[in-house]
Design a protein around this ligand. Structure first.
Ligand code: PGA
Length: 262
């Protein structure tokens, strides 16, 4: 585990309505409280669908829960005639602190694979003081062809090139091999460390060691309590982006505790 503050995030995707979201966050808090979890050991973050965020906000603020939350997407626009879109200022107004950008499901099903769109979304995040969790990763074909490193580093550099070191220092980057998402197949701890190391090296070359040292890099793809310790052992792996296993309070709280050793 690294010296950076670990960040364990639950990406709920299109699951749970607003009542269910309250139950899950409450359950997560209770599980962690019963285990006397020390929130200094790592950030705990949930990423619900947009329509749940207000309910999560009310719960977190009224009960002063030390759990953070974010959004799964953000518009590239400030406001206006963009039916179905949600702006950064709307997300910020809900007290959210993070936003996913470039998740492979958005890239694949919503044509958001192009650097310009991803850059636009990250710009909106920064403008609204939201931390982007910028996701990258290769599909099975690319993994098997052996060109995954180049592919991932291009995804990172195509987007990062327009941002300053000062901006990048606060980014979270999530390495999510697409072949491991929702499939039960996890990358090995060595795979996760290999890519986290390469991404950090790229940032070091671009922006220097101080920036490279402060960027947090998560692994995502079938992360669960049984593999969390292994994956987090990598020196450059600073957290987990958890999908399926974050929908259950007991399992997600276990992942949080194992991944942060608290
Ligand atoms: P998974 O999803 O943990 O269900 O594989 C991870 C993600 O897509 O963020």
């Amino acid at each position: 585990m690294s010296k950076r503050t670990p960040i364990i995030a639950g990406n709920w995707k299109m699951n749970l309505n607003y009542t269910e979201s309250v139950h899950l966050v409450q359950g997560l808090y209770w599980q962690l409280r019963d285990a006397t979890y020390d929130y200094n050991a790592g950030e705990v973050l949930v990423i619900p669908p947009f329509v749940d965020i207000r309910s999560v906000q009310v719960l977190v603020e009224s009960d002063e829960l030390p759990i953070k939350y974010g959004a799964q997407d953000i518009s590239t626009h400030d406001s206006g005639a963009y039916t179905g879109e949600v702006s950064g200022s709307m997300i910020k107004a809900l007290g959210a602190s993070y936003v996913l950008v470039g998740h492979s499901e958005r890239r694949q099903y919503h044509a958001e694979d192009c650097p310009d769109i991803l850059i636009g979304k990250i710009k909106q995040a920064l403008k609204n003081e939201l931390t982007p969790i910028f996701c990258v990763g290769e599909n099975l074909e690319i993994r098997e062809a052996g060109t995954y490193k180049e592919h991932i580093l291009k995804q990172v550099s195509d987007v990062l090139q327009v941002f300053s070191g000062k901006e990048i220092a606060n980014f979270v980057i999530a390495y999510e091999p697409i072949w491991a998402i929702g499939t039960g197949k996890t990358a090995t701890a060595a795979d996760a460390q290999e890519i986290a190391f390469e991404i950090r090296k790229l940032i070091l070359e671009k922006s220097g060691d101080e920036v490279a040292d402060s960027v947090r890099i998560q692994y995502g793809g079938s992360a669960k309590s049984s593999n969390a310790a292994d994956i987090m052992a990598g020196a450059d792996v600073d957290g987990l982006l958890v999908g399926g296993a974050s929908l259950e309070a007991e399992e997600f709280s276990k992942i949080v505790r194992i991944a942060t050793k608290a």
